[in-house]
Design a protein around this ligand. Sequence first.
Ligand code: ZN
Length: 238
Amino acid sequence: MADVHSNLPALQAVTGDARDLGGFDAIWLLGDVVGYGPQPNECIEFLSDYPLICVAGNHDAGVLGHVRLDRFNHDAAEACLWTRQCLAPSSTRFLSELPLRHGVEDFVLVHGSPRDPLWEYVTASPQARMLAPWCERRHALAGHTHRPLAAYMTTPPASHHPEVEVCGSVKLDERLLINPGSVGQPRDGDPRAAYGLLDTTAGFVSFHRVTYDVAAVSDSMRRAGLPIALARRLHVGY
Ligand code: ZN
């Protein structure tokens, strides 16, 4: 999963859904645990109940003051400052220990891309096709765009369709960059929380969407004094 963005109900919804679909061994989280949403400490606490591999996102770094806030748009910077002042010491410690990249089995986990783990948005296949030299393992798992994507990192064989369709289940052949979409702030026009189930033994990833109480999160953002546009966009999934 990626881009939880302090949205606890969405995080609870995707873990509940994954449990209903047969369970999981661990959560692999591709950065941006916090920023935008109203419950940063609660999300970090919730994750502590699970075996977890997590890398840092640009918002995690922004909240800690490790990157300059003028690299963010106005509302995102406001949310970083709001998050910074309400972060518990244990949450600050959790975020400061996150690596920029982590290799496990056949996968490199990053937030943005294997070339620029914090900032690069991989939005389409042609861009992914240039990234293989930066990826030290077979596949890359990334977030950051808040849109699900499965794309070849090398030129696929002629027998393969040049684009991998992101629906249902995708076979992990060739070298792929996989983005499961965003848990806490989807931007593909579908407000439901997004995540993927990765079966490393069978070599498949499946993409999933789950409904959660968007109105409750949006109300709690307004009450917390977070920028109103951030609350509104959750309703439309953008
Ligand atoms: Zn994000």
